[in-house]
Design a protein around this ligand. Structure first.
Ligand code: PHE
Length: 479
């Protein structure tokens, strides 16, 4: 089944594993002479940073979230509509370009300099200053600044976009996926604290929350919530009162619960229609809130949904650090805000029953013609083409003092050679030679096209390319 990992990637506890050693790092643009062009803009590569590859650049203009007949676009639209159905509070920004600065992606949000999310093994760098955004939070500061400047007259915004992370290859992971960021803002009525009257923003927050709760109450599929409201180990910010924290976090959590109950309701309904034994389809949805850590929110949480026998993590969120609001131009103590980041692809896979995430990227009409604007239907697999396994085994170089490389580098080599013709890459064997102390790894590459039969010759050529690149770039000894 699907497992969600994108939202916890930025938690402090996550330390990158699977480092090996090698003398050379994967640098397609390492000679520094080729100019990189992305979305019509030119960038100077940097030998020490650049790891974005031509195959990734070719994916940057697809904007699946804007296609109204694509599962990701249909879901994005449904969630926007649901969030705006309460009080039409959110302005949607959906066309931000994927190249952002390291300041926007990390520094503006308070990521420490040594945060694992910044590593080259996880992130596609264009050069030392620019990268392919790894999350939609990269645009938070800019959108907060727009809200502050009065350029928009809405108390909230949504940002949907494609985001990029170096990762493993399998049916639920793809180096590009889509997120929706949501933020809501209340301006504090500071004057009222001196009198006995309730401050205006507190009254407003209560009203806004009440509307949400009423709406949740009317949802046909009820959510049964296990809420972790204690702030032990998940402290609030000093500038906020307990009451503000309570109201703001409730508003955040109920907003996300509303989206989840709506989206999953549609799925449960369609299951009820197609299943012989409809009594087996749950009538309620179990969700739980878990404490989390993100550098730019406090307190922070994640929500998980119990779906087909496992907990799925769907979304990270929290109350925005005042520092971010101040950087956006808000005066100290003037503003209260929440933010969330929701992964769209995993939810779309589950709703539309898409068995392999690569299908989202296929240009095959048999996929594309199955979807219609505004409708969540079940995907009908058109055929499954045979798959072919090939192993690649190698000894890691033993030399000390060499640059570390990562399993994701191997994934990148496979992706560059074979693109979407690979279904998965898995480590199947690992051992250390008892006498020489040398380490050997064996990876199994499963070749399978979504659209056609692959010939043996074709697969052999791809496999050869993977082997050659591995030994050329990483100095491994092929077995
Ligand atoms: N950007 C975070 C992620 O990708 C999710 C998030 C968004 C968390 C907004 C808190 C606030 O994991």
């Amino acid at each position: 089944m699907l497992h969600i990992k994108y939202t916890y990637k930025y938690m402090a506890s996550r330390i990158p594993l699977k480092y090996w050693c090698s003398q050379v790092c994967s640098r397609l643009y390492s000679n520094g002479s080729k100019i990189i062009e992305i979305g019509g803009k030119k960038y100077q590569p940097d030998g020490n940073f650049t790891n974005v590859t031509p195959s990734m650049i070719s994916l940057t203009g697809r904007s699946l979230h804007l296609k109204d007949r694509h599962p990701v676009g249909i879901l994005r639209d449904a969630i926007e509509n649901k969030l705006n159905s309460t009080d039409n509070a959110f302005l949607a920004y959906n066309t931000y370009k994927p190249v952002v600065s390291t300041y926007e992606n990390f520094d503006s949000l308070g990521f420490p300099k040594d945060h694992p999310g910044r590593s080259k093994s996880d992130t596609y760098y264009v050069n030392s200053k620019y990268l392919l955004r790894t999350h939609t939070s990269a645009h938070e500061l800019e959108c907060f600044a727009k809200a502050k400047s009065g350029e928009t007259n809405k108390p909230g915004f949504l940002i949907s976009a494609d985001v990029y992370r170096r990762d493993e290859i399998d049916r639920t992971h793809y180096p590009v996926f889509h997120q929706m960021e949501g933020c809501r803002i209340w301006n504090r009525d500071n004057t009222a604290y001196t009198s006995n009257v309730e401050p205006g923003h507190i009254t407003k927050m209560r009203e806004d929350l009440k509307k949400l709760e009423q709406q949740l109450h009317q949802q046909q599929t009820k959510v049964v919530v296990e809420d972790d409201t204690s702030l032990d180990g998940n402290p609030k910010q000093n500038y906020m009162t307990d009451l503000e924290v309570d109201l703001c976090s409730k508003h955040l959590k109920r907003s996300i619960e509303l989206v989840i109950s709506d989206v999953f309701h549609r799925k449960l309904e369609s299951l009820r229609k197609t299943n012989k034994d409809a009594s087996e389809i749950p009538t309620e949805l179990q969700v739980r809130w878990i404490k989390a850590y993100f550098p730019w929110t406090a307190p922070s949480w994640e929500i998980e949904v119990w779906w087909q026998g496992e907990w799925l993590e769907l979304c990270g969120c929290g109350l925005v650090q005042e520092d971010v609001l101040k950087k956006a131009g808000y005066a100290p103590d003037s503003t209260i805000s929440w933010a969330f980041g929701l992964g769209l692809d995993r939810i779309a896979m589950l709703l539309f029953e898409i068995p392999d995430i690569r299908l989202f990227w296929t240009q095959d009409e048999r996929f594309q013609k199955q979807f219609q604007k505004g409708i969540i239907n079940t995907f009908k697999p058109y055929s499954k083409y045979p798959s072919t396994m090939r192993d690649v085994a190698f000894w890691l170089p033993q030399t000390e003092n060499v640059e570390k490389i990562h399993e994701n580098d191997l994934m990148e080599i496979v992706r560059n050679a074979a693109g979407d013709l690979v279904e998965s890459v898995k480590l199947v064997d690992e051992f250390v030679h008892p006498k020489s102390g040398k380490k050997s790894l064996c990876y199994r590459i499963n070749y399978q096209s979504m659209d056609r039969n692959l010939t043996n010759n074709e697969i052999n050529a791809l496999q050869e390319e993977v082997r050659n690149e591995l030994s050329r770039k990483y100095n491994v000894h092929l077995r």
